[in-house]
Design a protein. Structure first.
Lengths: 177, 695
């Protein structure tokens, strides 16, 4: 990648990739690259050549990152390459342009710029406008009547019914006499 | 009428805001005096008919009679006032097609659509219909829609986003439709609106609050804005919505009754309320800053249900708005404002339970000195709308008891003073009360004739037959709703909630099993009542038959009322028809077209809801939009790693059905977890590779 001019050299990157290819297999890495390219296309990267270029760079960068940590398996490389592709395409972790700034890499020239500009061009329109905060304080409602707990089995609740039943009984008894 | 100029020097057209009722207090006093003048002679007649032997019981009955008759008489006179006002106004109720001249809204208005697990297809079809309608007015750029989601179902949440993304692709101005989903449903709908007010409300001087099933014509929306801008003291303007669009007999009955009588009742209520009108929670426009500063809801002291969160927030917000010195009015002359009503009787009852609980909370506010008299009236009517049901039940029960006591007394040879008029007087009273209940329907019919709407109802004869059908529906529903309301009032006062099992929704109606589950208590109560009356008071069997027969047959009645087939049958015969069916309003037609178009895939790819989570992980662009939404609305939350690791094998093995709603809902808030799951899905697309690393 052009970014490697300011950091590790292009030669180092190629060496690392050679070693990775040797240990993991060229075909396997090619499949990873193809998968990442499909991912980039699905992310709206426009055309196959751009997606291929991005995929190569993602795989290269993934190799660079993982080599620094030690030996790695193909699945780990695959995952890392997809992660980088996700970041580059602005899926997670910001848009391509922001990611490049975040990683301290200068703007890439030539084809790389077009890749980033496509990613940046896929900028999502915000789902809401910018916030303009203000508070909505609760308003007093004045003094309110207290709430009584109403249950069937309290004497207060039963008393009127008991009184009515008693009155009915006494009335009927009086009528029968 | 006052006409105002806006700041730019252009003047509003000569259609001003209807003036406030002059001498409001005098008219209110007149209304009450008229009501009491109607109740007094009826009470005297009833009092004269009591016997001496059951004085205590019958005094109780009389007291209940006074309250219930006052309630009926009050609404009769409000309807009469509304009828007179609407008759004087003349002409059809219409959004109107005024020539606005140079007038344009001075700022953008927010249209708020709070949704909670609604059907996204219909929600967005409504939005499309309203945007199209606004575009025809030439003022669409002054309106921004906000879909405020509190959806808890993860698949529906994704479906909402999917529909929103598709809609935005079609719009020339994507910012016309905004979407926000809250992960914490704080204070329900009121909290949802509050969240908007606190975060984005400052950018919108006016906001229109809708429900998920609301539909408003663009002209109505523009007119609401114009009236608000013309009167700086107007804080809230409510447009009376018309229920429209459903097939069941219950829905059609409500639609018909609302069309016939809704406007005149609204006119009467507006007349009575003056500038202290009410807010119904949707299809209304208000001043955002005033609402934000003055209408925040506090918790009611005490425990739920009478304490705690204010459930029916709309009435309280209207009271607070008026307390802040702003007018709350009803735009009775505006049409083209629609909503949907429950289609089945159980669904209707469930809604009534929520409203009952909310309204009973207001009972305490009736006595608050910090609430204006007009708003206290609204609170009181809300409370009475539900508490009259147990009062009716008590009235019937105590009347029967009093009759029983009198009958036993007569068997033993005691003499009574049956009072002047004997049995004829109560019959007269009954006839007068029934007359007060039925007369508003005739007012509605007369207004329809005056407005030239009879063809819309299918002609005078069909209107008359429809009146009979609607009356029959009301009579059938009355004892069932009395039982429901009584149960809801008593349960609420006891701090309980009546729980129903979730019903399998069907557009065609409900099954007997479903109806029996809901109405079995009422059926048993009806049988017990019939047996008791037959044994103890056989002479009352005929009088009480509408009640116990209605209860015994509540399950089949419920099935009949909820039946779409029966509704369609009546529709084919031109019964319960309303003008909006005969001549479909443009916005409603547009909505139906949008729903139809969506089903044919006219608005982009159709993805089954159950597949949307998989689609999210499969489609980087969908994920990007989803993550961007989370970040823009500050809804990012980290999912617990064990949960994500637990999900991973099921995601990897395409066992999507085994991923639970709670898991999806949690993971959908975490961009990193989603990205990791997406990588897992993509790694599985390359089978020759060994992808042993789960995450």
């Amino acid at each position: 990648m052009d970014s490697l001019k300011s950091g590790p050299s292009v030669q180092d990157s190629a060496t690392r990739l050679k070693r990775a290819t040797a240990s993991l297999g060229a075909d396997a890495i090619a499949v990873v690259r193809k998968n990442v390219a499909s991912y980039a296309l699905a992310a709206g990267l426009g055309d196959s050549p751009s997606a291929d270029r991005l995929a190569r760079r993602c795989v290269d960068e993934a190799v660079a990152r993982l080599t620094a940590k030690g030996p790695f398996k193909l699945a780990v490389l695959h995952d890392e390459a997809l992660k980088i592709a996700g970041e580059r395409c602005g899926i997670v972790g910001g848009y391509g342009r922001n990611v490049a700034e975040k990683y301290g890499q200068p703007k890439l020239a030539g084809a790389s710029v077009s890749v980033l500009s496509i990613a940046a061009g896929n900028e999502v329109v915000p789902c809401v406008p910018p916030e303009q905060r203000r508070s909505m304080p609760p308003q007093p409602l004045g003094e309110l009547l207290p709430v009584f707990d109403v249950r069937w089995w309290t004497w207060q609740a039963l008393r009127p019914f008991a009184g009515l039943a008693t009155w009915c009984y006494e009335s009927l008894a009086a009528l029968r006499k | 009428m006052k006409l105002d100029s806006d700041g730019s020097g252009t003047s509003s057209p000569k259609i001003g805001v209807p003036s406030a009722t002059p001498n409001t207090t005098a008219w209110r006093v007149t209304l009450w005096l008229t009501t009491l003048a109607a109740v007094a002679p009826l009470t005297w007649v009833m009092a004269a008919a009591v016997s001496s032997e059951a004085r205590g019981l019958e005094l109780l009955v009389l007291a209940l009679f006074v309250v219930l008759t006052t309630w009926i008489a009050l609404w009769f006179w409000i309807a009469t006032t509304g009828f007179w006002r609407a008759w004087r106004r003349g002409g059809p109720v219409d959004a109107g097609r005024p020539d606005y001249g140079d007038w344009r809204p001075t700022a953008s208005t927010a249209i708020l659509l709070p949704v909670y697990n609604e059907e996204p297809r219909e929600v967005f079809a409504r939005i499309r219909a309203m945007l199209s309608s606004l575009a025809e007015t030439g003022m669409a750029e002054h309106f921004d829609v906000f879909v405020l989601s509190d959806t808890t179902n993860a698949d529906i949440w994704l479906d909402e986003q999917w529909h929103w993304l598709q809609l935005r692709e079609e719009l020339a101005r994507p910012a016309a439709v905004n979407y926000r989903r809250r992960s914490q449903n704080l204070h329900r709908k009121a909290g949802n609106i509050q969240d908007f007010c606190e975060r984005w409300g400052a950018g919108y001087p006016l906001m229109v609050v809708l429900d998920a099933d609301s539909l408003m014509d663009g002209r109505t929306l523009v007119e609401l804005v114009r009236r608000m801008e013309a009167d700086p003291q107007l804080g809230l303007l409510q447009s009376p919505p018309l229920p429209l669009g459903d097939r069941s007999l219950l829905a059609r009955g409500q639609q018909f009754a609302s069309k016939l009588c809704g406007n005149l009742l609204a006119e009467g209520l507006d007349w009575y309320s003056g500038d202290g009108g009410n807010y119904w929670g949707h299809n209304a426009i208000m001043r955002t800053a005033v609402f934000t500063h003055h209408c925040g809801l506090s918790m009611l002291p005490g425990k739920a249900p009478l304490g705690g969160e204010v459930l029916s927030h709309d009435f309280v917000e209207a009271a607070l708005m008026q307390r802040a010195g702003y007018k709350v009015r009803m735009a009775c002359d505006l049409a083209a404002s629609y909503e949907q009503s429950p289609t089945t009787l159980p669904a209707y009852a469930q809604r009534e339970q929520r409203w009952c609980q909310g309204n009973l909370q207001h009972a305490r506010l009736v006595f608050s000195r910090r609430i204006g008299w007009s708003n206290r009236f609204h609170f009181a009517t809300g409370v009475l709308a539900y508490t009259t049901a147990p009062m009716w039940l008590a009235f019937l029960t105590l009347s029967a008891c009093a009759w029983l006591v009198s009958s036993i007394g007569s068997l033993h040879g005691h003499t009574f003073r049956p009072g002047q008029g004997g049995g004829v007087a109560p019959l007269t009273v009954f006839a007068i009360v029934m007359g007060m209940l039925i007369t508003p329907r005739f007012y509605g019919a007369m207004l329809a004739a005056r407005r030239g709407e009879l063809p819309g109802y299918g002609g005078a004869m069909r209107l008359a037959m429809s009146l009979v059908v609607e009356l029959l529906v009301s009579v059938l529903m009355a004892p069932i709703m009395m039982a429901f309301h009584s149960l809801f009032v008593i349960s609420t006062l006891r701090g309980r909630k009546v729980e129903w099992k979730a019903q399998a929704r069907s557009d065609e109606g409900i099954s007997f099993a479903q109806a029996w589950q809901v109405h079995r208590g009422q059926t048993i109560a009806g049988i017990v009542m019939a047996v008791l009356v037959a044994l103890l008071l056989p002479q009352a069997l005929a009088w009480l038959s509408p009640v116990y027969v209605g209860l015994i047959l509540s399950a089949p009645i419920s099935m009949a009322l909820s039946s779409a087939r029966l509704g369609d049958w009546l529709k084919r015969r031109g019964l319960l028809r309303v003008p909006e069916e005969t001549d479909r309003p443009p916005v409603v037609r547009r909505f139906e077209l949008e729903v139809d178009q969506e089903e044919r895939g006219g608005h982009g790819e159709l993805v089954p809801r159950a597949d949307l989570f998989r689609r999210l992980l499969d489609d980087p662009q969908f994920l990007r939009a989803h993550v961007a939404n989370l970040r823009a609305t500050n809804e990012v939350a980290q999912a617990p790693r064990p949960l994500v690791h637990d999900m991973a094998p099921r995601v990897a093995n395409n066992a999507w059905a085994k991923v639970t709603n709670d898991e999806k809902r949690t993971v959908l808030l975490d961009p990193r977890a989603l990205a990791a799951l997406q990588r897992l899905v993509w790694r599985k697309k390359s089978p020759p590779l060994e992808s042993t690393l789960p995450l």
